[in-house]
Design a protein around this ligand. Structure first.
Ligand code: HEM
Length: 425
């Protein structure tokens, strides 16, 4: 294991333990690129497992034109998160699964942020795309593309793994799911980044720019929708345009569901691909273990997803008063279920900050959530990652990360923006 991981204190330790509990706000995105949230979560799990934050800022200094986010609860232990995620009768996914409420003048309804019955019928409409026959057909394409991308990377020379491999592979996958014009596929990458861009992230200059780019996305997809009415393709747009429960969707709902599928299918798998490399660099003995025994690949992928947790939290809104740890979550209160913390909960995972490709309960991770909103694309994501691992291990003796990667400035999408590496054959 590398020296960095022998340090007894995690980044942000002093801040987390010297700050009054009431002032701790893990939703502040500036904590995340420096990994300072881990110490906060450690303290909250031990001392205040149901934690109230009076005023979430979501940025170091909230810009004047930003709506206040207000108060929210943080749930940080594995068992508590599981209890809330599987209780959709008392914890609603409406009006949003992120802490800020939707802007009244720019709503983006999507089925991840809906309760039954509407959620269920929309999810069912597109379910065939992740059925076993569809996945086995896709596995052939995924393998061919993965082989081509890995064969094209330079050996013994520095390059950015995020852009060259992670973004390229997940964007190609997304283009296939939508049957999207292949030459324009990088527009999907941009729209995915823009959709989740918050203030201070450097992705867009202003909220106006963000909305303008999302409208471009909408217009592009509207063209595809019209072309596919009456079609018999197996792609997501044809399914939505012809599905009994989706063909008369409001335009905003079409855009909302597109954003859901673009972000859901892109950022998450992308960041798990990058985490595969970063994790192997930090824990080289684990890479050696799976290289010697490729039967470990499925568990390796589960463990990487646990360790990375590409979506750090989902929000719920209480539909009634709920008692927990001697406190009352009031009807209407916002609750953040911090999957990133649940996946590092010592009560569930032994030595949780370490990667262990033989971890017995790696598959119990909560990075895909639980309950009726459990990730729609989990099997597809695992398939992509398993193929990537298989093809990497066949080709490379090791992958070295050259310097500390740069990370997303976000407490929602937990990932990497740049990771310079050298691969050795
Ligand atoms: C490692 C990769 C992935 C991770 C970690 C991930 C994580 C998640 C999480 C945490 C949720 C919410 C669960 C809950 O509220 O209980 C979710 C829902 C969802 N994911 Fe994923 N996801 C991944 C890959 C994908 C892919 C590849 C797709 C697209 C094919 C996808 C599409 C969706 C959709 C549509 C939902 C909404 C499901 C619903 O509301 O019923 N995800 N995902």
């Amino acid at each position: 294991m590398n020296q960095a991981f022998k340090a007894p204190r995690r980044p942000g330790h002093d801040y987390a333990y010297n700050t009054p509990l009431a002032d701790l706000d893990p939703s502040n995105p500036l904590l995340w690129p420096k990994e300072e949230m881990w110490s906060i979560f450690e303290r909250l799990r031990d001392e205040d497992p149901l934690h109230f934050c009076e005023e979430a800022w979501m940025s170091s200094e909230r810009p004047d034109d930003m709506e206040p986010i207000g108060a929210y609860w943080s749930v940080t232990r594995y068992a508590d998160i599981m209890a809330i995620d599987t209780d959709h009768h008392r914890f609603s996914s409406e009006p949003a699964i992120v802490l800020p409420d939707p802007a009244e003048d720019f709503p983006l309804p999507m089925f991840i942020a809906m309760d039954p019955p509407k959620h269920d019928v929309q999810r069912q409409t597109i379910a065939p795309i992740v059925s076993s026959p569809s996945l086995s057909k896709m596995s052939v394409i995924i393998r061919e593309r993965t082989q081509a991308v890995l064969d094209s990377v330079p050996i013994n020379q520095e390059f950015d793994w995020v852009d060259t491999v992670s973004i390229e592979l997940t964007t190609m996958m997304l283009a296939t799911l939508f049957d999207f014009p292949f030459e324009d596929r990088r527009r999907l990458t941009r729209w995915s980044d823009v959709a989740t861009a918050g203030p201070e992230t450097g992705i867009v200059e202003s909220e106006e720019q963000r909305r303008a780019e999302l409208m471009e996305c909408f217009e592009y997809f509207m063209g595809l929708w019209h072309q596919r009415i009456g079609g018999d393709g197996q792609d997501l747009i044809t399914m939505l345009a012809n599905g009994e429960n989706t063909k008369n969707m409001e335009p905003t709902e079409y855009l909302g569901n597109l954003v859901l599928l673009i972000v859901g299918g892109n950022d998450t798998t992308r960041n798990s691909m990058s985490a595969s490399i970063y994790g192997s660099h930090l824990f080289p003995e684990q890479w050696a273990k799976v290289k010697a025994n490729r039967d470990l690949i499925p568990n390796t992928v589960a463990e990487i997803i646990r360790w990375q947790t590409p979506l750090a939290y989902m929000r719920r809104t209480a539909l009634e008063d709920v008692e927990m740890h001697g406190k009352t979550i009031k009807k209407g209160d916002k609750v953040a279920m911090w999957y990133a913390s649940g996946n590092r909960d010592e009560r569930k995972f032994e030595n949780p900050n370490a990667l262990d490709f033989e971890r017995k309960n790696a598959r119990n991770h909560m990075a895909f959530g639980f309950g009726i909103h459990r990730c729609f694309g989990n099997r597809l994501a695992e398939l992509q990652l398993q193929i990537l691992w298989d093809e990497m291990l066949k080709r490379f003796s090791r992958v070295e990360v050259i310097n500390e990667p740069t990370r997303n400035i976000s407490s929602f999408v937990k990932g990497y923006t740049k990771m310079n590496v050298i691969v050795r054959d």
